[in-house]
Design a protein around this ligand. Structure first.
Ligand SMILES: *Cc1c(COP(=O)(O)O)cnc(C)c1O
Length: 370
């Protein structure tokens, strides 16, 4: 069993130098260890008990109710389930959209997560990539130009509430203005809030993206801001959309309203634990701490002569890509010539300082070489 020990040690060590991905650490779900000896399965719709009684659906529903409330809705109007992550939530939102408007065109910006293109391919819907602005936000002029040519078709807007690279937020008011301008009657709005879904509701002013703004569906990752040993997420949608696609299945004794059949029954426990332990107040506190660290990181980068920036109130600091060596050491995601640090919960100031020290040394060496 040396291999197991080895694998654990490698992961434990690497978990201390991950600065480039939006994943929280420092959580502990040891209390749930006994559950690892059970075969838990939340098969089918979370609101309908299956013939199998090995589920955590009650816990799952409590999680969904928390998210509904956070996203300005009640369970009367929205429905949702715990997914395997942001990708599945986005696929689900787009699936509901297509079932609503089979002849629609999907509009999404070039800064959109790579998985969305594949989702659209799976769903076989027409789609058009819209240009992004410098900060990662959608270019509304381009959206307007493109939409103008397709105003006879229903429109599905896939909006980013925190893009992957720069944490940019697409402006819902701008999109609505364009919808009005071209008198688009049939449209659907999905918001991808993978990382920011648990942060944006507590910002002041609050970015517009939730059910109060009449969006149709929202996807959030669970292993990002909350943190989980197993990838997970939530998707919420207007109840009427889910009712349209539901099929009663005799074999499982419930409705087949989710993407996968068998579903993870452990991850709802983790999310529920977080919600009960921290709640809204705890979330706000974590956001405050992460924000402070982000501001510190941006300032310190500038001090050592690195051109760094971030979107307003972002936890993501963007800067020129350092050496491959440092990108690998600190697990920094990069795209073209930029890299980023994401101050997710659990990232420590000492880790940032260690990176800054390494980066500074690298810059000095380069200066000498020049
Ligand atoms: C991470 C991310 C996704 C994909 O989520 P997974 O949980 O990895 O499937 C989608 N969109 C954005 C903006 C993301 O940051």
């Amino acid at each position: 069993m040396d291999k197991i020990k080895e694998t654990y040690n490698r992961l434990k060590k690497n978990s201390e130098t991950i600065l480039g991905y939006p994943v929280a650490r420092g959580f502990s779900y040891q209390e749930f260890a006994p559950f690892l000896d059970l075969c838990i399965n939340n098969v089918g719709d979370p609101e309908i008990q299956s013939t199998s009684a090995m589920d955590t659906k009650e816990i799952e529903r409590e999680c969904i109710a928390f998210f509904a409330n956070m996203l300005s809705a009640t369970m009367k109007d929205v429905w949702g389930y715990i997914t395997n992550g942001g990708t599945e939530g986005n696929l689900y939102g787009l699936y509901l959209a297509r079932e609503n408007f089979p002849n629609a065109v999907v509009y999404y910006s070039e800064a959109t997560h790579y998985s969305v293109h594949k989702n659209l391919h799976l769903l076989n819907v027409d789609n058009i990539v819209i240009k992004s602005q410098e900060n990662g936000e959608m270019n509304y002029n381009d959206l307007e130009q493109v939409l103008m040519m397709h105003r006879h078709r229903p429109a599905i807007f896939f909006l980013n509430i925190g893009t992957t690279m720069t944490e940019a937020i697409d402006n819902l008011d701008e999109v609505k203005r364009i919808i009005d301008n071209y008198a688009i009657k049939d449209y659907y709005i999905h918001c991808d809030a993978a990382f920011l879904g648990l942060v944006a509701p507590y910002r002041n002013p609050k970015p517009k993206f939730d059910f109060a703004e009449n969006v149709d569906s929202i996807a959030i990752s669970g292993h990002k801001f909350i943190g989980s040993p197993i990838p997970c997420g939530v998707v919420l949608a207007k109840r009427k959309h889910r009712n349209r696609i539901g099929n009663a299945i005799s074999y499982i004794g419930t409705m087949d309203t989710t993407i996968t059949g068998s579903r993870n029954g452990l991850t709802p426990l983790f999310m529920w634990y977080f919600i009960k332990k921290y709640g809204k107040e705890g979330l706000k506190k974590q956001i405050g701490e992460s924000l402070e660290l982000a501001s510190y990181t941006e300032k310190k980068l500038s001090e050592i002569g690195v051109k760094a920036w971030r979107n307003k109130d972002a936890l993501t600091i963007v800067f020129n890509k350092p050496s491959e060596f440092l990108c690998k050491k600190y697990q920094l995601a990069s795209e073209k010539n930029i890299a980023h640090i994401i101050c997710a919960p659990g990232v420590k100031k000492e880790e940032i300082n260690m990176f800054l020290k390494d980066l500074k040394a690298e810059i000095m060496l380069k200066d000498i070489a020049c």
